[in-house]
Design a protein around this ligand. Structure first.
Ligand code: FRU
Length: 450
């Protein structure tokens, strides 16, 4: 096996384990992305903040590790958080974790919000705990208090933090500050989670969208089949009433592997973690585990959160589809446009042993990765998960625009703005593509990544 095999344009840690994207921000003219990182093994461990930068959101260069755990408040981990530019400096607000066992005797772990800053965007100075037990209302648990996301509105800084009522379920708390150091509790702004905990709350004032990643969200029909699901609420914060008013909600991505997305500060661009907790991760054998999604431009259409991939590409060819198309692609993007689509079958990463398939049956998109190389097992035990299947609703097929982003170990599907993202582990040489469809008219385009 080729140990150097890595995604070409998806962010990884190079070596070691990564999970959530953190601190997504434009600073000094470059896009910075940080991520939860355990550089010393392919398993989750004491969390560091890995760091990459990019000029174009497609080509990422590694920078030195930004945060290392072990100081006041973050003895056992620098958990997820966010970034903001203020006074010419780059500021990180993140969760400091201290593991306290036995759980019952100690009251559990301690999770507090810590601050760090940097002048050059590479070397960070820690400023310690800025939101601790003294600020968290006493009926919330300090053991589940994490993932602050900071923004500026009016003349104040605001942040949302995932929290949990003692003996209760997930909540989202709003805090405010004038200087990033002194914070005040403002309000509990979202209804209680249906799962156990809200992780990584993320609010975009520009879009009017709040996302939350819910742990152990129970399935509703064929939706939320993953162990944990990211949900969005369309709405805005009323800073006078200190409330968030949701007008609609839904799930962010229908695939197997999507969690903990974050917006770039002040922009409608987001990146998520392209994996899921409690799944085996075949790339561990190659020395790395975990990657981030392609950056996506987010927009709201008829109350629904939609996404388009952002990727520097050049069109290689476009052709009309009469029945079927054969192609080869394992890194790049394809686009299928169809008028009055009645059926579609797309076989991807195909070789003699099988392929990942996307089918359209008139009402739903069905993705099946069960015959695409290494099977992946996880904690999910429902019928679809065991069969390697995820589905996504489709309403209206008068005009269909399907974008599929391919990279080593992943397929991300965008159907009229709805996303379905999954990892796949086929043979590295499996690059066949076979499309067959029926429609009034259709085109197929193939793009190379620059
Ligand atoms: C979400 C999460 C966060 C936490 C981080 C730890 O995936 O559990 O709540 O800060 O990962 O790595």
């Amino acid at each position: 096996m080729d140990m150097t095999l890595r995604p070409k344009f998806h962010i990884t840690g190079g070596e070691g384990w990564i999970n959530d994207p953190n601190g997504l921000v434009l600073f000094g003219g470059r896009y910075h992305a940080f991520f939860q990182y355990h550089p010393y093994s392919n398993q989750w461990g004491p969390m560091h903040w890995g760091h990459v930068v990019s000029d174009d959101l497609t080509h990422w260069q590694p920078l030195p590790i930004a945060l290392v755990p072990g100081d006041e408040g973050d003895r056992d981990g620098c958990f997820s958080g966010s970034a903001i530019v203020h006074d010419g400096k780059l500021w990180l607000l993140y969760t400091g974790a201290t593991i306290r066992r036995p759980y019952e005797a100690t009251g559990g772990d301690r999770q507090v919000q810590c601050l760090a800053s940097s002048v050059d965007g590479i070397h960070f100075e820690k400023h310690g705990v800025v939101i601790g037990e003294d600020i968290l209302p006493h009926d919330y648990s300090i053991a589940d208090f994490r993932d602050p996301q900071v923004w500026r509105s009016g003349n104040r800084f605001w942040c949302v933090v995932g929290a949990r009522k003692k003996e209760g379920k997930g909540r989202v708390l709003l805090f405010s500050s004038e200087n990033l150091f002194d914070w005040r509790f403002e309000a509990d702004i979202l209804r209680e989670s249906r799962g156990t905990m809200y992780e990584c709350p993320n609010f975009s004032e520009r879009l009017g969208v709040l996302t939350v990643s819910e742990q152990y969200q129970p399935a509703e029909g064929k939706v939320h089949l993953n162990l944990h699901t990211t949900r969005y609420f369309v709405g805005n914060i009323d800073y006078d009433k200190l409330s968030f008013n949701a007008t609609s909600e839904g799930i962010c991505d229908y695939g197997f592997d999507f969690y903990a997305p974050q917006f770039f500060d002040g922009e409608d661009i987001a990146i998520g973690w392209l994996n899921m907790w409690e799944r085996d991760n075949p790339t561990s054998e190659l020395g790395f585990a975990g990657m981030l999604t392609v950056p996506r431009r987010l927009y709201v259409e008829d109350g629904e959160l939609k996404q388009q991939p952002i990727l520097c590409v050049r069109k290689q060819f476009e052709r009309e589809v009469h029945g079927s198309v054969e192609d080869n692609i394992k890194v790049g993007m394809i686009k299928i446009c169809a008028e009055n689509l009645t059926s579609l079958k797309l076989e991807m990463r195909k070789d003699a042993s099988g392929a990942a398939t996307l089918t359209f049956d008139g009402a739903r998109w069905l993705f099946d990765r069960s015959k695409c190389g290494r099977p992946i097992s996880g904690s999910e035990t429902d019928e679809d998960s065991l069969a390697g299947i995820r589905s996504m609703p489709c309403d209206g097929n008068a005009h269909t625009e399907l974008l599929v982003v391919f990279d080593e170990f992943s397929i991300e599907i965008f159907a009229n703005g709805r996303a379905l993202s999954s990892t796949v582990y086929p043979s590295p040489t499996a690059d066949g593509l076979l499309l067959s469809l029926t429609a009034d008219s259709a085109t197929y385009s193939h793009f190379a990544v620059l």
